[in-house]
Design a protein around this ligand. Structure first.
Ligand code: C2E
Ligand code: MG
Ligand code: MG
Length: 733
């Protein structure tokens, strides 16, 4: 339903609309006041007027007339000039001063020229001589009333126009959108108030200026056609998006960059009719621009979230794939190479589980920053999984180039990271695939970099490898390990090998390390570094670990009975096994079963174990220790945890990692790490054994440095139980 104009805008907005003229409405009789001191005269006029449908009042003098005027709305006064008290001319003065809207016609006997001009000077409508001619009088009255009606109509139209203009201006100026008009040359000829609020311009600053002055310089091309649109109807510009520039001095200069407003523009040409139907003349453009900055900002955020990882703010897999696709096309065109690297943090799960997820998140953020700092702007580093990152390096000249970058990346990650006061060392396993040599499509490159990364993982982590085809076979095989391993247990494909541990002073075999072997019917020997992680993942490690302990103890028992009664057995224990509730009891049961004292068993754990659930692990280790069982830290020195735990745990032995042993040089001053580890172990009252001894130089240096025990290919490779028995019989020296 339409509302009336007044109620729609509220009466406050339209004072002019409510003001009415003093004229009577058109169909009411006109009210005429007859002022004459002659009774006969005024009554005859009254009768005449009434006879012709006019409403008239009579007054015998000026005073009475003024009183009537004050009380009643009068449109016309018929005035005699010659009256006592107030003359006609004096009355005219008073009338014009107080009632300016009333018309006057003089009906007088004194028709001198002076009187007539004086009366006309006072703005009377007409002058009639007495005795008047009724037809002439009625004609004059008719004229006056017609003129009044015309004036009234005109006034009303004018007021309506004013109100309408006011209404449209109100609507336009209060519009949430910018509304403008340009002339045919693209200069502003109208803008609404909104533009000043949005862009900090005053209206007058813009009128007469070219639209390009308010368009963001980067969007000029886009804005060109839309802003000064000449088309109309369906073909006119709809929802064209670009940015407008705010006035330069509106903000301190540091805001310059961001001072723009995103708008969506609808515009159309304005044409003037030339009178000739087929021809229209272009006079300018009308447009409405909507501020869409908020929507743009929201879109940007959503876009960012769609293509970025929120924790590290790095691109995600989707964005990486997008950029990789582009980089491949580019590399094809320019016959250049590119590198895709697959980075996986070593042991992240252990850190996350032991320090908590908040700390894990912090670690990822720090690591992401460090990685980012090693890169160029053109490289894309993406987080593609929990602790997995992909790095796209477009434009590499070859392997040497990639190696330089990857070593820089690894170098940047070396320094410890402090999370909640805990010192954490991180390392990465990185696989690299080069385009086009290692794959020509996005998926192959990613897959091959992934395979190379797994290769690094399986061979001791912390390093990098380029993809090679031989890795692919291993990777495919890895997939079948899971099912294969279950069968391996049933079909007795598993075997325990033994590697002797030598007392360096006496040359006697002091112990044997049990090392698991898998003789796969088709694939041949599979390394424990390959299948132990699979067994840890699928849970078979518990069963397998206990089987190794049992088989090892069975052999040890025989050897001890055969005279090697000081011989010890070292068995590797996975962190997953230690997490089992009754692990220690299973160990005790096995020892009892084979009649072996606790002191003849050494369990090898890695440093990872120690930062899991410390309380639970310490408790278990204490119980094992209390039963005389030795605890050795395997691969010592390459873990990332602090050394503080050495003192708080019931440890007996440190096994110096092979990487330190292989670094041993003939000159003893260069063996500072090994020297330091031996010194520290002695200080803490711990036993020590060096693993991976391959050369006589290493052997002699270790002996010289006071390392009591050693193990390695130099003395013997791991071997089946029968051979190990023979080795024992023979003795090393
Ligand atoms: P580890 O406990 O550090 O075992 C030493 C590894 O170094 C063995 O590899 C051994 O064959 C190898 N090795 C010994 N001397 C030398 C040497 O002089 N030079 C070189 N290059 N290598 C030497 P292996 O048997 O392949 O075992 C690898 C890893 O698999 C073991 O490292 C251990 O962490 C794990 N593992 C083996 N058997 C078991 C098991 O029964 N249970 C668990 N949980 N892990 C096992
Ligand atoms: Mg070991
Ligand atoms: Mg080891």
């Amino acid at each position: 339903m339409m509302k009336s104009t007044e109620s729609w805008l509220g009466s406050d907005f339209l004072p002019q609309l409510t003001g009415r003229t003093t004229n009577s409405a058109q169909n009411e009789p006109a009210r005429i006041l007859v002022v004459d001191d002659e009774v006969r005269m005024r009554e005859s006029v009254r009768d005449l007027l009434q006879a012709y449908g006019h409403s008239s009042i009579i007054a015998a003098n000026g005073h009475i007339a003024l009183d009537i005027l004050r009380e009643k709305p009068i449109e016309l006064v018929l005035l005699d000039l010659n009256m006592p008290e107030i003359s006609g001319l004096e009355f005219l003065e008073l009338l014009k001063a107080d009632f300016p809207g009333i018309d006057v016609v003089i009906v007088s006997g004194e028709a001198t020229f002076a009187n007539a001009t004086e009366a006309l000077r006072h703005g009377v409508h007409d002058f009639l001589r007495k005795p008047y001619n009724p037809v002439e009088l009625l004609g004059i009255i008719e004229n006056v009333l017609k003129k009044r009606n015309l004036e009234r109509d005109f006034k009303q139209v004018h007021q309506r126009l004013e109100a309408s203009e006011y209404r449209y201006r109100f609507i336009v100026d209060n519009s949430p959108d910018i509304i403008y008009m340009l002339d045919e040359a693209g200069y502003f000829c109208f803008v609404n108030d909104r533009i000043s609020q949005l862009l900090d311009y005053q209206k007058d600053d813009l009128i007469g200026h070219h639209y390009s002055e308010v368009v963001h310089e980067e969007d000029i091309e886009k804005a060109k056609y839309a802003f000064a649109e000449r088309r109309t109807g369906d073909r006119a510009s709809r929802n064209v998006e670009f940015r407008l520039r705010c006035r330069d001095n509106a903000q301190p200069s540091r805001y310059f960059e961001s001072r723009s407003v995103s708008i969506e523009l609808n515009s159309m040409g304005i044409y003037r009719d030339t009178g000739n139907n087929s021809e229209k003349c272009y006079v300018g453009t009308y447009g409405v621009a909507r501020d869409i900055s908020e929507r743009k900002r929201a879109e940007e955020i959503i876009n960012f979230q769609l293509y970025h990882d929120l924790l590290t703010q790095l691109p995600n897999r989707a964005l990486l794939r997008d950029r990789l696709g582009l980089a491949i096309s580019q590399a094809k065109r320019s016959s250049s190479q590119l590198a895709l690297m697959y980075l996986d943090m070593d042991r992240f799960k252990v850190i996350n589980d032991s320090l908590g997820h908040v700390a894990g998140d912090q670690l990822l953020q720090t690591v992401a920053n460090r990685l980012r700092n090693s890169l160029r702007d053109s490289d894309t580093l993406a987080r593609v999984g929990g602790d997995e990152f992909n790095l796209l390096v477009p434009e590499v000249s070859g392997r040497v180039d990639a190696i330089r970058l990857v070593e820089k990346v690894l170098d940047n990650l070396k320094a410890p990271i402090f999370i909640d006061g805990v010192e954490v060392f991180v390392s990465f396993s990185i696989g690299i695939a080069l385009f086009p040599d290692d794959g020509e499509t996005m998926d192959t490159l990613i897959k091959h970099a992934d395979i190379a990364m797994y290769h690094v993982k399986r061979h001791g982590k912390d390093g990098y490898e380029f993809f090679s085809n031989s890795m692919k076979a291993t990777a495919d095989q890895h997939l079948s390990l899971d099912t294969g391993l279950r069968r391996a247990i049933d079909e007795e494909q598993l075997q325990v090998y033994f590697q002797p541990q030598i007392d360096l002073q006496s040359g006697i075999v002091s112990g044997m390390e049990a090392l698991l072997r898998w003789k796969h019917p088709e694939a041949g020997n599979i390394s424990p570094t390959e299948f132990i992680p699979v067994a840890e993942e699928n849970g078979l490690i518990n069963e397998i670990g206990m089987w190794v302990l049992d088989a090892g103890c069975a052999e040890l028992s025989k050897w001890r009975k055969a005279g090697h009664d000081q011989l010890k057995l070292a068995v590797n224990v996975s962190s997953k096994q230690l997490a089992q509730a009754d692990f220690e009891h299973q160990v005790f049961n096995t020892l009892t079963k084979h009649g072996i004292p606790g002191s003849a068993l050494e369990l090898e754990i890695t440093e990872n174990v120690l930062i899991q659930d410390m309380d639970q692990v310490i408790n278990k280790l204490r119980q094992l220790h209390a039963a005389g069982i030795c605890i050795a830290v395997d691969d010592f020195g390459i873990g990332y945890s602090s050394l503080g735990y050495l003192q708080s745990l019931p440890l007996s032995t440190l096994k110096i990692d092979r990487s330190f042993v292989s670094g041993i040089r003939a000159t003893s001053s260069r063996n500072s790490i090994v020297t330091a580890i031996i010194a520290m172990a002695k200080e803490l009252g711990l036993g020590i054994i060096a693993e991976g001894v391959e050369t006589e130089i290493q052997h002699q240096q270790l002996k010289r440095l006071g390392c009591p025990h050693a193990q390695g290919f130099l003395f013997s490779r791991p071997m089946p139980k029968e051979q190990a028995g023979l080795f024992l019989k023979k003795g090393y020296l």
